[in-house]
Ligand binder design. Structure first.
Ligand code: 13P
Ligand code: SF4
Length: 365
């Protein structure tokens, strides 16, 4: 997806040091008071995270946006698809702002809505029009893709409810077409006990996704081959290395990791679930954590009586989340205080109405 161009910050922001930014952000927040709600995803850098009103995983933040009817301005410190979902779930007179328009998600970009619509028709043609096919999409997808899913009777899911939503999708028809994260889909199907030969991969750009018709007819779950470049960096080998070095270490990973990594781990779950596991573990616990580095570092700082390490020896940073810098946050707040709106994220009414069907279904399931 091509994101709108991000305006360059005025020069006056370039000279602000950390403490000046912190003070000015706090002052602007106080000035905008209850007209403003700052939502922050767990992968945000500390200097931004410190100014959040609500922090959370994608599901928690979607719910917070949906229930913030009294806030006129919702500043979303996360990535583009999250801000789009917030715009869809809020009223027309509420304004959703993304501090840096370049904060996209490479996984969401792997499933174009036109590509999806073509693949849908192709799959239906192969399995037979009478077959009831339900589309599900991970919330990490564009509003236009969510709209196609809503139109076709499907639902959105997040990493914390994917198994529940998949159960719903399978109960409602014969097969599920799952977008865009292969790994969340595969891990959720495995958790529900769906045999491997009933889960097939639809490879983008290949006729019938590279599958024989018989395999598509047999499949219960068809997975789009999108992935998260950050979570793909975690390997089953890293789990073995940690266990060899620290036999009493526990391993927890995000379900965007490959199946073999999730299988080798002790636990897996959304960012919120990962935080809960570390928080509730006894003092002295050791953890190797397979998710984005800002969250891992925060857990190490918040719980010094436990040892929290990245599962990977390399820094797995989500570079698009990292685009939200304190100076950009300040710039959008300064503009709001001056009566100007910059970096507004809007989803057109027709797309929003259809995508909302899919988002509301998730919130109900
Ligand atoms: P969570 O919903 O678990 O926070 O995950 C969102 C995400 O983008 C992970 O890469
Ligand atoms: Fe997208 Fe991966 Fe970044 Fe999450 S961590 S926002 S899935 S690129």
């Amino acid at each position: 997806m091509t994101l709108p161009r991000q305006a360059a910050l005025p020069d006056s922001y370039a000279d602000l040091d950390e403490s000046a930014l912190r003070e000015r952000l706090a002052a602007r927040k106080a000035e905008l008071a209850d007209r403003l709600l700052i939502l922050c995803h767990h992968y945000q850098q500390e200097a931004v995270f410190a100014h959040a009103d609500v922090t959370g995983d994608s599901l928690k933040l979607a719910r917070a946006a949906a229930s913030a009817r009294d806030r006129r301005f919702i500043v979303f410190c996360g990535v583009h698809f999250m801000a789009e979902s917030a715009d869809i779930l809020t009223a027309a007179d509420q304004v959703v702002i993304l501090p840096d328009l370049r904060a996209g998600c490479s996984m969401a970009d792997m499933a174009g809505h036109e590509e999806m619509a073509e693949a849908w028709q192709e799959l239906l043609g192969a399995v037979g029009q009478g077959v009831r096919l339900t589309p599900l999409t991970y919330v990490n997808s564009s509003a236009r893709l969510k709209a196609l899913v809503g139109q076709r009777g499907g639902s959105v899911c997040t990493s914390s409810n994917a198994e529940r939503v998949l159960t719903w999708g399978l109960a409602r028809g014969d097969k599920v077409f799952f977008f865009p994260d292969e790994h969340l889909g595969r891990n959720s199907a495995a958790a529900l006990g769906i045999p491997d030969d009933e889960v097939v991969l639809w490879q983008r750009g290949r006729p019938l996704g590279g599958n024989p018709v018989a395999a598509l007819k047999k499949a219960k779950v068809i997975l789009w081959n999108g992935c998260c470049s950050v979570h793909m960096q975690f390997k089953a080998e890293h789990v073995r290395q940690w266990r060899a070095k620290e036999p009493d270490i526990r391993v927890i990973v995000h379900p965007e990791c490959r199946r073999e990594v999730v299988r080798a781990a002790d636990l897996y779950g959304s960012t919120e679930r990962i935080i809960q596991a570390i928080r509730e573990s006894p003092p002295g616990s050791k953890w190797a954590i397979g998710t984005e580095i800002n969250l891992v570092n925060r857990l190490a700082r918040l719980y010094p009586d436990k040892a929290s390490h990245s599962l990977s020896p390399f820094q797995c940073l989500c570079s698009t989340m990292y685009r939200i810098k304190p100076a950009y946050l300040l710039w959008v707040l300064d503009n709001l205080a001056a009566g100007r709106i910059v970096n507004r994220i809007t989803v057109d009414q027709e797309t929003a109405a259809q995508a909302k069907i899919a988002l509301d279904r998730m919130l109900e399931i």
